[in-house]
Design a protein around this ligand. Structure first.
Ligand code: NAI
Length: 287
């Protein structure tokens, strides 16, 4: 039986979510996406027009397909949480069906039944370009809401849909535990929360649903989200110059580890933060 994976946080072919979807598809999984409401239309149009055809090609020559692409906004747990100005935004009004986390989980259950894997590959910090010293309460809490609580909410709502042996994975960044100047707006705080929650959720959801929960601390990748932060090329160059492995990180290298962690090969790994960063995290002094 092919496993079913729900992947949240794919809106183009450049980020980790796309690469993880591809690695899971290569391993025989069926992929269901949850795509951020404001990004959904352009993603679907680009996919339909063949913009992603090359990067969607699997090793057997077939094209990666998605069972369904649900509109999703991971900062809302139910539709009742959506404020008026968002509800009446034209992109949100155009979204077909309930885009809250609980709503999407319910729709996935109704449309496809249980799932085996959930992937959280999303983050958002409206004040990411501001140092923490200048970050507003609203900016900080928004970063934690979109980037950390969104994962708690996904495990809460998809946990009951998980088949035995299920696994959840998220993406984190070294800025949670070491100072990365420029990764501001409370995003460093959000990643620290995400890593701590990985342990607590591994325990709680492990006991409750028999599922595993891990996170990958990834090195720098020139994704759309990373470009928005502004210094990603410097980070990539820094990593190539200073990491034990002197090469640029491929999204596929992170995706392969995600597929491993979600597979039975990793059946005893849970609550872990696995570094996939060419070893950069181990360095104390650049050479
Ligand atoms: P990306 O731009 O491909 O993915 C971020 C996704 O989050 C986008 O598809 C965006 O539409 C979605 N999103 C934002 N707010 C959302 C919301 N409220 N509800 C639902 N979806 C929402 O970028 P990337 O870099 O692949 O990011 C994926 C994960 O990897 C993030 O957690 C990021 O922090 C993490 N990461 C990225 C690194 C990098 O250098 N690119 C390094 C380490 C971790």
């Amino acid at each position: 039986r092919g496993k079913k994976a729900f992947v949240a946080g794919v809106a183009d072919d450049k980020g980790f979510g796309w690469a993880i979807s591809k690695a899971l598809a290569e391993a025989g999984c069926e992929i269901i996406l949850g795509t951020w409401v404001p990004a959904l239309k352009i993603f679907e149009t680009s996919y339909r027009r063949g913009k992603f055809d090359e990067s969607a090609t699997l090793s057997d020559g077939t094209k990666m397909t998605f069972k369904h692409v649900y509109p999703m906004d991971a900062v809302f747990d139910t539709l009742a949480d959506v404020p008026e100005e968002i509800r009446t935004n034209k992109r949100y009004e155009a979204a077909d069906g309930d885009f809250s986390v609980a709503g999407v989980a319910k729709r996935v259950k109704e449309d496809y039944g249980n799932v085996d894997i959930i992937v959280h590959s999303l983050a958002n910090g409206p004040e990411v370009q501001k140092p923490l010293l200048e970050t507003s309460r609203h900016g900080y809490l928004s970063a934690v809401s979109a980037s950390s609580y969104s994962f708690v909410s996904m495990v809460q709502h998809f946990g009951p849909l998980m088949n035995k042996g299920g696994a959840a994975i998220s993406l984190t960044y070294l800025a949670s535990e070491r100072v990365i100047p420029g990764y501001g707006g409370g995003m460093s705080s959000a990643k620290a929360a995400l890593e701590s929650d990985t342990q607590v959720l591994a325990f709680e959801a492990g006991r409750k649903y028999g599922m595993r929960v891990n996170t990958i601390s990834a090195g720098p990748l020139g994704s759309r989200a990373a470009r928005a932060i502004g210094f990603i090329d410097d980070m990539i160059n820094y990593s190539v110059a200073n990491a034990p492995m002197e090469k640029e990180l491929g999204a596929n290298e992170v995706a392969n580890v995600a597929a491993f962690l979600c597979s039975p090969l990793a059946s005893a790994i849970t609550g872990s933060c696995i570094y996939v960063d060419n070893g950069l995290n181990t360095m104390g002094l650049a050479m």
